[in-house]
Design a protein around this ligand. Structure first.
Ligand code: ASP
Length: 447
């Protein structure tokens, strides 16, 4: 990633990621058009191309848990005193809730105006209904069926055994608090570290710094594979799906995409220009490598290391704020996911001919905002959560089968918004904490 000594090399890496993405899309479309039903293509994707993409993802995933622990604990410890933590934490929370609510309202307004679920032809409807018994639907339903009470969910945020939560963080069937619980533990370690400063704890703090540096190095190495990994990930999606499903669900996909674009380029631009006081165009230019990484990996957690570096080096946000806001945000601030959940629930209600009253729509808004906070930052993290939101307003959870075919493409797009939202949050918190000179330095391109 960023290595100040060789900016030209870095720029080349970032350009290579873009080329990988473009090649994945073009090759995928060609293979889809030419050999869509050929078993050889399916074999190749399953046994070669998708695994290469997974190697890249796994190399980063393996570093995410120690990264979250060290970044958050250090971020909090570096904030110094608990009052500052309260102020920064409070601002992050308020920003998250306000911006997530705006994103859901944008989505719901669009879906109410366009009504994409009502315009489907009978044959398209039948072909979508036939997908409802597929295996992924069953997995998501099973997971939702094991859902816990609200009290239990909140209790599970305080880990009884943080190691168990770290181990289960990426396990779909894990029932504890997972990554959010690990974050709570890391926050406590950071607070205690700040309160118990002594000669002995300085050693521990140095250890955390060392851990952070080592983990970042692992990620730098993994990112060298990014251009190839990205090409393979994108090819696997596009070659299998092509544009057929996207066309059948065209209006729904368009509503989600337009909603995401309005929030990304409209709302964030306004916040950047009028609240933070920086140029939106410059901002998007400087974070383009984060956008590419989020789009091609569909994972906020995998994109976290790149986002940390870019926000610090290219946008000039202090390390203590980036570590705190971005690490928390990678799970807890997901504007794109919230918007997508709101649109999907209303779309499926329209699809099944279920009328949702105003109060039920308000339930959807609240549930989607909470979903944006509680969804894991991994590919498809939303799916089990969406089943719960559907059921809370009486729409059959099986309905997610209808949208599964286009989920990956929407996942890539909503993850991009999620991560961009985290970075705007860090900028906002830095600005309101008195930071000066945001984005005034040069661009040390990270990748
Ligand atoms: N893939 C998304 C993320 O990592 C979560 C989701 O499925 O909405 O941000």
């Amino acid at each position: 990633m960023s290595d100040q000594s060789s900016p030209r090399l870095k720029r080349a890496l970032h350009t290579k990621i873009f080329i990988g993405l473009a090649m994945g899309v073009v090759a995928g479309l060609i293979c889809n058009a030419a050999f869509k039903d050929a078993p050889q293509l399916a074999w190749l994707i399953k046994n070669l191309i998708s695994p290469v993409g997974q190697v890249f993802m796994r190399l980063i995933f393996m570093a995410v848990i120690p990264l979250i622990f060290s970044a958050l604990a250090l971020g909090v410890a570096e904030l110094g005193d608990v009052r500052q933590l309260g102020r920064i934490g409070g601002r992050t929370l308020i920003y998250t809730i306000v911006l997530t609510s705006i994103s859901v309202i944008i989505g719901l307004t669009l879906v109410n105006l366009v009504k994409p679920g009502e315009g489907l032809s009978e044959s398209d409807r039948q072909s979508l209904m036939s997908t409802i018994t597929s295996a992924p639907v069953k997995t998501a339903l099973d997971k939702a069926a094991q859902s816990k009470t609200v009290v239990q969910t909140l209790l599970d945020l305080i880990p009884r055994n943080p190691l168990a939560d770290a181990v289960g963080a990426f396990d779909e069937n894990y029932q504890g608090g997972g990554i959010l619980a690990l974050m709570v533990f890391s926050l406590f370690v950071g607070v205690a570290l700040a309160l118990a400063r002594s000669e002995r704890t300085v050693v521990f703090e140095k250890f955390l710094q060392g851990l952070y540096d080592v983990v970042m190095k692992i990620i730098h190495i993994a990112m060298k594979l990014a251009p190839l990994g990205v090409a393979c990930l994108v090819f696997s999606v596009v070659a299998r799906l092509g544009l057929d499903v996207v066309v059948i669900l065209g209006k729904y996909v368009a509503v989600v995409m337009i909603g995401l674009a309005l929030h990304m380029f409209g709302v964030y631009s306004l916040v950047l220009k009028f609240i933070i006081g920086v140029s939106p165009i410059q901002f998007f230019r400087r974070i383009r490598v984060v956008i590419l990484t989020a789009f091609s990996t569909s994972s906020s957690n995998v994109t976290l290391p790149t986002a940390l570096e870019v926000t610090e080096k290219n946008l000039g946000v202090s390390k203590k704020i980036t570590n705190f806001v971005l690490t928390l945000g990678s799970t807890a601030n997901q504007n794109g996911t919230a918007l997508y959940e709101g649109v999907t629930v209303l779309f499926l209600a329209q699809f099944f001919g279920i009328h949702l009253s105003m109060s039920q729509q308000i339930t959807v808004v609240l549930a989607s905002v909470l979903a944006g906070i509680g969804t894991a930052g991994v590919p498809g993290g939303s799916l089990p959560v969406i089943v719960l939101v559907l059921q809370s307003v009486g729409v059959p959870g099986e309905g997610i089968g209808v949208i599964l075919g286009v989920d990956r493409i929407l996942d890539m797009s909503r993850t991009t918004l999620n991560v961009t939202g985290d970075i705007t949050a860090a900028m906002y918190v830095a600005k309101s904490d008195g930071a000066i000179g945001l984005m005034s330095g040069g661009e040390a391109e990270a990748a």
